[in-house]
Write a protein that binds this ligand. Structure first.
Ligand SMILES: NCc1[nH]cc(CCC(=O)O)c1CC(=O)O
Length: 304
């Protein structure tokens, strides 16, 4: 059995592919990495929220899954749209690492003072406006290495990133501040790697890959988070957040939505009872919508 692993070509994506490759190889499976360029990699001069269509980082990978050119596609779970075509499925979420966002800088910074911070995520912009209104925000896209280079060249004082990516790219010594997960709730999927397949993939391959790579605890949380995002019909450029943590086999879910200017925040928290993780996610999405989230969402969609 040989598994062809499809991935984007950025260093972060390659780290993820290598990570999956070593799990499979350690279990005695032969693998090959196939690099595929996506729209999101090619278009670097426009904000992601303006490129519009969903799946900017995934569409080309999914085409190759369908054609059979690759057996699996490896993604940051965060970048994988919540609504998949029926012919596709996710068979594994790897063990999650720290989920928080961090500020990185090449110099010493004081977060109580005015700072120019680079980010391209609407969630991060909105949260900075809410909790760090003294920061000036500049749009910043591109892969981690490009962003750090831009910062060093003077585009900003610091950049806001996921700890997971910073850690994987070994920039830990640039971390100047770690945001609190309760306040700065991470987006759905942050910190775990997802494996996507075409439902046409042979069952023996699919079940073997799942057995080796899937972390059942992370999966419980991700099922809740992704159901929540799907129900909200948020899409990746909407500032919604949602994070599940498993305690004694129950998902503790914190979720919400924030207006683009950071002025309105709806945040709810519930623990799984008898419902499935997906049912919990759907329940929280509907609570948010009925408690004022619907109006915030509509306003955001009109603004973007
Ligand atoms: N949108 C890019 C992206 N996709 C996943 C990560 C970080 C790693 C992860 O969350 O798994 C990042 C970088 C970032 O947001 O700072």
């Amino acid at each position: 059995m040989k598994i062809k692993i499809g991935t984007r070509g950025s260093l972060l994506a390659l780290w993820q592919a290598d990570y999956i490759q070593s799990k499979l190889e350690n279990a005695g499976i032969d693998t090959e990495i196939v690099i595929i360029e996506t729209k999101g990699d090619k278009i670097l001069d426009r904000a992601l929220s303006k490129i519009g269509s969903k799946g900017v980082f995934t569409e080309e990978l999914e085409e190759q899954l369908h054609s059979g050119a690759i057996d699996i596609a490896v993604h940051s779970a965060k970048d994988l749209q919540s609504e998949l075509d029926e012919s596709l499925s996710i068979i594994a979420f790897t063990e999650r690492e720290k989920i928080n966002d961090v500020l990185v800088s090449h110099k010493e910074i004081d977060i109580k003072k005015e700072l120019v911070v680079g980010t391209s995520s609407t969630r991060r912009v909105a949260m900075l406006r809410a909790y760090f209104p003294h920061f000036k925000i500049v749009d910043m896209r591109g892969n981690l290495q490009t962003r750090i280079k831009k910062m060093e060249d003077g585009a900003c004082d610091a950049i806001l990133l996921a700890f997971a990516g910073v850690n994987r790219m070994k920039y830990n010594d640039l971390i100047r501040h770690e945001f609190d997960n309760e306040q700065f709730v991470p987006p759905v999927g942050q910190g775990t790697v997802a494996i996507e397949i075409s439902t046409k993939l042979a069952e023996v391959k699919a079940s073997k890959i799942r057995e080796i790579c899937n972390d059942p605890e992370t999966e419980q949380c991700l099922l809740a988070e992704r159901a929540y995002l799907r129900e909200l019909k948020g899409g990746c450029s909407i500032p919604v957040f949602g994070n599940g943590v498993l305690v004694e086999n129950k998902v503790h879910f914190t979720a919400g939505i924030i207006s683009l200017d950071g002025q309105k925040i709806i945040k709810v928290k519930e623990t799984q009872k008898n419902e499935s993780p997906e049912e919990l996610g759907i329940k929280l999405a509907n609570r948010i919508l009925s408690e004022g989230g619907k109006e915030i969402l509509e306003k955001i969609k009109a603004q973007l």
